[in-house]
Design a protein around this ligand. Structure first.
Ligand code: TRH
Length: 387
């Protein structure tokens, strides 16, 4: 089977991040499909996977055909023609209802072609109950030869589950020393010192980070901390709060990393502050305590998503541990928009200092997600049923 995976980068790296992860996971299956990835922002793709040429409208990457959303140009027409010769688009995975480029639409809805085509809309990850309801649901298109279905990732076995790609699942094998060397730290004693600290990843949106820094500072008096500050929106905000507090613990600014290297940092850390769905899914799978900052939505709708995730986590924790986790998640997400002066009432000290039972709750949650199975396999099983 050949799949055309269509991706439009709305903002940030979540959309292309999921597509890259999904493509890898599909290609790792025993009966892997052939893949054509159609992406509107090859620059964003290049940042998470540097072997992508941001300027090439048609290219081969890791055995996949990668095509620009904008379609063939006179210079790339032959490459596009070759990509579809004898293998026209029949099964399209449309990511996050991003639409389809006109040139692909023309191929799918060509009145002269009566072959059956299938579009599967891969939705955003949510823990909300509707994921079970809408998962695999058919919907109509304007042509009887083109069928459409929804496919929802999720946290239960009645959904498509989470992507379990090999690089992420195997990321534990990389040692902290190797990770630090990978980001350019080559001083032996410094490496040893940093590797032994309590690692806290910080990857969020713009925010006033003073409360978080204060809590980390308090915790670091018991357990020396290294904050790994991800490149991007939260980096300057976090650093400002850290400087303002008198640099109370060690902190390291990370460069923007290719996704597989970034995953290794997440897995190697002791505590994760993460944003967006893809990193939240990784944090949940890591089995480490984490705090999630959801992408802000109109009317603070992100709180519904956060509450739904908490609902999935609840069975794995004692009352006391869960109420500390719940309070921190809700306070951290209670905002209408983001900005470096947006502050909340979050306290993460109780999460940082969770006892063995609380930490085991996160591990148990992660194991339950792995048991739901790999979204890539579930997607292929579904496609084999409907195509
Ligand atoms: O970047 P995000 O904030 O993406 C968001 C959300 O997905 C949101 O739902 C969506 O609507 C919005 O974008 C438009 O967070 P997320 O989902 O965690 O994606 C980040 C991706 O970037 C993830 O795949 C990991 C990757 N990444 C790297 O590859 N290297 C890095 O150095 C970092 C920090 C991240």
């Amino acid at each position: 089977m050949t799949l055309d995976i269509v991706c439009r980068v709305v903002d940030n790296y979540g959309d292309i991040g999921v597509v890259f992860r999904l493509a890898r996971a599909l290609s790792e299956l025993p009966t892997a499909p052939r893949l054509r990835l159609i992406v509107d922002d090859l620059g964003a793709f290049n940042r998470i996977e540097p072997s992508v040429d941001p300027a090439a409208p048609a290219q081969r990457v890791r055995g996949w055909t990668v095509l620009s959303w904008s379609g063939p140009t006179p210079a790339s027409a032959a490459a596009f023609e070759l990509a579809y010769r004898g293998d026209p688009a029949r099964v399209v995975i449309e990511c996050f209802a991003c639409g389809r480029p006109d040139w692909l639409e023309a191929m799918l809805f060509d009145p002269a072609c009566e072959a059956r085509k299938t579009i599967v809309n891969l939705e955003y990850l949510t823990a909300e109950g509707y994921a079970e309801e809408f998962h695999r649901m058919p919907s109509l298109t304007r042509s009887s030869s083109v069928r459409k279905h929804m496919f929802l990732p999720g946290f239960t076995e009645k959904t498509g589950g989470l992507i379990l790609d090999r690089a992420y699942m195997g990321a534990r094998e990389r040692t902290r020393t190797e990770i630090l060397e990978g980001i350019g730290i080559d001083d032996g004693p410094l490496l040893e010192g940093l590797a032994g600290l309590f690692w806290i990843v910080v990857f969020g949106y713009e925010r006033d980070y003073r409360r978080i820094v204060d809590d980390i500072a308090e915790f670091s008096r018991e357990r020396p901390v290294l904050a790994l500050v991800a490149h991007g929106k939260s980096a300057a905000c976090f650093s400002r709060a850290w400087e303002g507090a008198g640099r109370p613990f060690q902190a390291l600014d990370l460069p923007f990393m290719r996704q597989e290297a970034w995953d290794e940092v997440l897995v190697a850390s002791d505590f994760l502050v993460v944003r967006g769905e893809d990193s939240m899914a990784r944090a949940a799978l890591s089995g480490k305590p984490f705090l999630w900052q959801a992408y802000p939505q109109d009317g603070a709708h992100q709180l519904v998503k956060v509450a739904a995730l908490l609902g999935r986590m609840r069975p794995h924790f004692s009352e006391a541990d869960f109420s500390a986790i719940e309070a921190a998640f809700l306070a951290f997400n209670d905002r209408l928009s983001d900005g470096d002066d947006v502050a909340g009432s979050e306290r993460i000290y109780p999460l940082l200092s969770l006892g063995a039972e609380g930490r085991a709750g996160f591990e148990e949650f992660s194991e339950s997600l792995v048991r739901n199975g790999n979204l890539a396999s579930a997607l292929m099983t579904f496609l084999r049923e409907i195509v």
